[in-house]
Ligand binder design. Structure first.
Ligand SMILES: NC(=O)c1ccc[n+]([C@@H]2O[C@H](COP(=O)([O-])OP(=O)(O)OC[C@H]3O[C@@H](n4cnc5c(N)ncnc54)[C@H](O)[C@@H]3O)[C@@H](O)[C@H]2O)c1
Length: 354
């Protein structure tokens, strides 16, 4: 059995990953460390498959004593690190929390792993620190510029992206300086179930379902690549099994799409599923753009495909349809998770009409 510490496993991607591992890999026992900030919730961990292989611990990745104890008590040999502050808009209003969790928290985990695995040699057999990062560390692309790849220089432009870039640098430095066995993945925008409804897709679905405005930043022509969260989980699992130590892999869905096209597509899907309130596109409101808003991201995924044989399984349209259906079928989840985020205040403050 492998003993995996998943950090941030009550958030969007972390909770999907916990489910994915429990479902697909009987050799994994999971300790799930999550602070349960506004973005994480026990609601995301209900009805887990094979729950006896999962232990939840509420706590802070910046708490070195706690992390040391968990590594020792559970004989942790693998760390999969998702925990982070993740919303760019919140990083503009309050960057301190991003530096604390994303930089200091990652440092704390790395240093605990170094002590447990390299200094005290608590684990026989292979160990691995896998760090989850974002394509936003590479900055922004002009139209027609080639996609980011593993050799693209870092050029983060928001406090969120800068804090993630700093954490990537620390992970790489621990790999080189101390020979800590590390891997990093930088992924494009994820979508799927359990995403906090402040992010584009669940925000639009939740608002459209309740007849609230659909706020679109600026001209809505910001381009992102989109990947279904299950495809991301499968890629991470493959990197854990076969990824080369010290390497970075970019992950994406080959779905470059402008935000406004996503919003219109979601409205079309909503029109099909809830014709009584169509056309949902009447709810679209253009609002003032985010300061420093990156114009375009795109990722070159040839390395992970060639080296590890990974391929995304979901097509974007089908994945979006499934995702919209999931949010519509889980209105209680939407209500519960919104209630923990001071959500309406946040919307009122940040999505003022242009
Ligand atoms: N969502 C995306 O599209 C995307 C894309 C690429 C990379 N990523 C990266 O994937 C990871 C997960 O993203 P997500 O969208 O699931 O985030 P999320 O905001 O949904 O969840 C983050 C989780 O981390 C927990 N957390 C925050 N601070 C913590 C702390 N100090 N100690 C312990 N737990 C803490 C929260 O409670 C929450 O459960 C992040 O590292 C993010 O940078 C996300």
């Amino acid at each position: 059995m492998k003993n995996v510490l998943v950090t941030g496993g009550a958030g969007f991607i972390g909770a999907n990953f916990v489910r994915y591992l429990l479902k697909t890999d009987p050799d994994m026992r999971i300790v799930n460390l999550d602070l349960l900030t506004y973005a994480g919730s026990p609601e995301n961990l209900k009805d887990l498959p094979d729950p006896d292989r999962h232990v939840f611990v509420q706590g802070d990745i910046c708490d070195a004593g706690l992390v040391d104890r968990l590594l020792a008590d559970y004989g942790v040999d693998t760390i999969v690190h998702f925990a982070a502050e993740t919303h760019v808009d919140r990083s503009i209003l309050g960057p301190g929390a991003f530096v604390q969790t994303n930089v200091v928290g990652t440092f704390t985990l790395l240093d605990s792993a170094r002590k447990a695995w390299l200094t005290e040699k608590r684990v026989d057999g292979p160990v691995r620190f896998h760090h989850i990062s974002t394509d936003e560390v590479f900055g922004t692309l002009a139209p027609g510029e080639p996609a980011f790849d593993e050799n693209t220089p870092y050029a983060p432009r928001s406090p969120y992206a800068a804090s993630k870039a700093a954490s990537d640098h620390l992970v790489r430095a621990y790999g080189i300086t101390y020979s800590l066995p590390v891997t990093i993945t930088n992924c494009s925008n994820n979508y799927g179930p359990y995403q906090f409804p402040e992010k584009l897709i669940p925000l639009m679905v939740a608002n459209a379902a309740s007849g609230q405005p659909l706020p679109v930043y600026g001209d809505g022509q910001q381009i992102r690549d989109w990947l279904h969260v299950e495809d991301h989980c499968e890629a991470i699992h493959l990197v854990l099994q076969k990824g080369q130590l010290g390497q970075t892999y970019l992950i994406g869905g080959d779905n470059q799409t402008p935000n406004l096209v996503i919003v219109n597509t979601l409205c079309e899907i909503m029109d099909e599923l809830q014709p009584a309130t169509a056309p949902h596109s009447d709810l679209i409101r253009f609002v003032a753009d985010r300061p420093g808003h990156d114009r375009r991201y795109d990722v070159d995924t040839r390395k992970i495909k060639a080296e590890l044989g990974w391929q995304p399984r979901h097509t974007f349209r089908e994945g979006l349809l499934e995702t919209v259906q999931w949010y519509l079928e889980h209105p209680d989840w939407v209500t519960a998770i919104r209630a923990q985020g001071g959500y309406q205040d946040w919307i009122d403050k940040n999505y003022a009409k242009r």
